[in-house]
Ligand binder design. Structure first.
Ligand SMILES: Nc1ncnc2c1ncn2[C@@H]1O[C@H](COP(=O)(O)OP(=O)(O)OP(=O)(O)O)[C@@H](O)[C@H]1O
Ligand SMILES: Nc1ncnc2c1ncn2[C@@H]1O[C@H](COP(=O)(O)OP(=O)(O)OP(=O)(O)O)[C@@H](O)[C@H]1O
Ligand SMILES: [Mg+2]
Ligand SMILES: [Mg+2]
Lengths: 467, 467
């Protein structure tokens, strides 16, 4: 007899924690740290606060004699805006709940990262998480909570109010089974690579051995926070259109487009409906199934929508990329390509690529540093579309760019979007969305062509010298 | 002002379909096909019915002139046991709902694959899915349904009863945006590799160009269906123990272990509690937090639990692996290693590895065929722990096994478990769980050592010949 059952989202990720990046104690320690730090960076940036983030990993004293994996206390503190105390328990105790289900660029997007760190800590140590948060600097709300995994709901074990010292912020303290030794290289690289793209953040990291790594602020200029936007018409899908039509008060299709889509004005709308051969005065609610199909298909193929503007995005820009390349790679030659905004499935995105050659760049194979929405990606390089593009152009086709074997070549790729197409809930690597692949290819070709020019000038200069 | 919201599981996967293997039209067509075929195979095997599965992809007529991607009709039919008509709408219309949340090996495990195929079809074409199913052969229940994505619930558009022709089974028919041209190689490989490990199944596949591929049954012997089991104590986590203690009527710890765990009898339990230094007569409900920690930690480190038996598993076995190697690779030499059952995090698993060398095996690099729970894995090879083990041993360390460069070498890996640790909800590749990595290494070393023996005999025979 076949028996059926349904499970909650937290139960699903309890059973399948590999999907969220918690496969083994080393990886889990890495992922939990990443998720909490990214929550702090997001919160500070969207409230235009220069981030001060403090991260500490402490082995639990009585476990010091036992070999890894062991129990660690993980603490992440920020000076961000704090979390509304009414919302904080759900923010950390409920999977698929958060403030980032909006069309603007942020590191968070799934509504589950912080909750997964809490969940993993709970299932490996049975200890509750402690959250301190203040939105006014005067009162800190201290929550001790655990997750009712079968219900996907927080259980508040204790709640207190503590006198604040004048500054808002949030601190998360949890215990988890980790392997700090195995995770060490990746954790340190994460902080280093994160600091490179957040020069306005001050990050202090005290690792499991008590060693402190301090990444000071090198600029007081915050990037302009990304603004919420409307979907871009290119690639907008049926379900989106169906909901729009169901919910709309717009009296005709012309208004439906101009009121609800990114950069669609009266002229664009008129021209689009001419192209689609649909009467733009008809009412959305009267549209037949065939005509909705026709309209959505036409939105896919119409070439003259204005490209997205980047208000909903927060690209790194030349200054940050240059500063990072110079400080970390000290190359003899470098160049940057920043692609204009594009869109996939209605989501605006920008691709930025940096190239560094020679100087202190190590030989022995192309080194790729991947980022997405300012998050360093340190796992599963081979599966990432960015690597596949780099391998195709800078390795398989290196002759075309006059790149010698074992060249001292490093590339940095950054994809930023209102929705990064991660292939895993652990945000390890990017899926191959054709539009993103195309823009990565354009950007990588651009920097490789500049490198080729540099290399051929260099070799002709050397030829001149020899004569 | 920060506003929070929660979303349903189907809304989550609507927004993040890349996580489920639906990144682009080619991949989506592949994944939808895979999910439906695996549902049919699971259903037939668990009801001990020799599977007859019919798959057909048909381009929608009026789209034939437009270039790919286009709208396809995907139809998958089986002679399985059918689905209880009361449950069928939720089975296909609700994410995180199904019959496979049990501790036994099956291809399905997430409760979302079939639902995702329906969801992707709906968001790309707005058409409902049609399900025909009969559990008695007399009446077929025909459901036309779509998914209320925001609610994660099915909406039955139409329901009919049709006269059956005497045989039970299920047919799923849906429309979706696919790219059959781009997906062609992978789809055909999927059927070929699937047929290799299911010689008891008859599979008919009519591709998008109308070409029929017929994989006949080569044996009438079904594998013994996997039996539901209890968790194995090795690696059982806190949350599992907490729930067990909360729900139990067992009066003492000794009974708690013998009644609830796989192959833990009176002797094992007594010896375990001696090792853990815990009084096995104490009541589970009276156990302090510290003693639960002590018990769970001891369950991790105790080496003398009986290894799992394989009733909950369904390994391929030597016959199927040999038949597959011979028919597809025709090597000059082959060998198979089947590891004894092991467990990770309480889940029993078995690793099986086949090796084929020379003969018709192509040169030019090691070829790896990966399987998990009889599912062929055709994507993201580089990220799979199976590939990392094969690369480490058969490529980086090939000298140790006397393997020449560009050797004509192929390996087949099969990991079967009551829970395969997939890293993605699209079941593309395996996460690196240490226990599974260890068993893969043991199995690969075993076959490579046999190959080394064969190669050195071969070279000494040739040396004899030359004299
Ligand atoms: N340090 C923090 N400061 C302010 N708000 C926070 C902080 N940490 C978490 N939050 C809030 O809690 C919500 C849930 O966090 P969680 O990490 O679970 O999901 P997310 O960040 O929205 O998405 P993702 O799963 O991609 O990380 C966030 O959306 C944010 O509103
Ligand atoms: N062809 C079929 N015959 C019988 N039962 C089926 C069939 N297809 C689906 N089902 C039932 O519907 C349920 C839901 O299927 P679905 O593919 O969504 O999830 P699953 O197979 O349980 O897990 P997974 O997401 O890993 O595939 C299954 O558990 C099974 O009980
Ligand atoms: Mg987050
Ligand atoms: Mg399934």
């Amino acid at each position: 007899k076949t028996t059926f059952s349904g499970i909650s989202p937290s139960e699903f990720f309890y059973r399948n924690r590999d999907l969220a990046g918690f496969s083994n104690p080393a990886k889990a320690l890495y992922t939990a740290t990443r998720e909490l730090v990214e929550n702090s960076l997001d919160a500070c940036e969207s409230s235009e606060i220069l981030p001060n983030i403090y991260v500490r990993m402490t082995p639990v004293v009585d476990q010091l004699d036992s070999p890894e994996p062991r129990t660690y206390k993980l603490k992440v503190s920020d000076n961000g805006p704090g979390i509304d105390p009414v919302k904080a328990p759900d923010a950390f105790g409920r999977v698929f709940y958060g403030s980032k289900y909006k069309l603007r660029q942020a590191r968070g997007m799934f509504g589950m990262g912080g909750t997964m760190a809490v969940l993993y800590g709970q299932i490996t140590t049975s200890k509750p998480v402690v959250i301190y948060t203040s939105t006014d600097g005067k009162k800190f709300h201290k929550f001790t909570l655990r997750i009712d995994i079968q219900k996907n709901a927080p259980v508040i074990i204790n709640k207190e109010i503590i006198e604040g010292k004048g500054s808002t912020g949030t601190t998360v303290e949890l215990l988890l089974t980790g392997d700090a030794f195995r995770a060490s290289t990746k954790v340190h690289d994460y902080f280093l690579e994160s600091a490179l793209v957040t020069p306005y953040a001050e990050i202090t990291f005290v690792d499991a051995q008590g060693k402190m790594f301090y990444y000071p602020r090198s600029t007081n200029t915050l990037p302009k926070p990304s603004q919420e936007t409307q979907p871009h018409p290119h690639g907008f899908d049926f379900e989106g259109m169906r909901r729009l039509i169901e919910d709309t008060d717009d009296k005709n299709l012309h208004k439906l487009l101009t009121n609800n889509f990114h950069r669609v004005g009266a002229t664009t709308s008129t021209n689009f409906f001419k192209f689609a051969k649909i009467d733009h005065t008809s009412s959305p609610k009267d549209l037949s199934y065939e005509n909705i199909v026709k309209m959505v298909d036409a939105m896919h193929s119409y070439e003259s929508f204005l490209p997205p503007d980047s208000h909903c995005l927060s690209p790194l820009g030349k200054d940050i990329l240059n500063a990072g390349i110079m400080s970390e790679l000290s190359p003899e030659f470098s160049t940057i390509a920043i692609r204009p905004p594009s869109a996939y499935s209605g989501f605006p995105f920008i691709v930025e690529v940096g190239l560094a050659y020679g100087g202190n760049v190590g030989s022995g194979g192309v080194k790729l540093f991947r980022y997405a929405n300012r998050i360093p990606l340190l796992y599963d390089e081979g599966s990432d579309i960015a690597w596949q593009v780099v391998k195709d152009l800078a390795i398989d086709k290196k002759r075309a760019y006059k790149i010698p074997d074992n060249a001292p070549l490093a590339l940095i790729t950054h994809v930023c979007s209102t929705k990064v197409p991660f292939k895993t809930a652990g945000k390890e690597f990017l899926a191959d969305r054709p539009e993103i692949e195309r823009e990565l290819k354009n950007a990588v070709r651009e920097v490789l062509r500049k490198l080729r020019l540099h290399l051929s000038r260099q070799s002709s200069q050397e030829a001149v010298k020899r004569r």
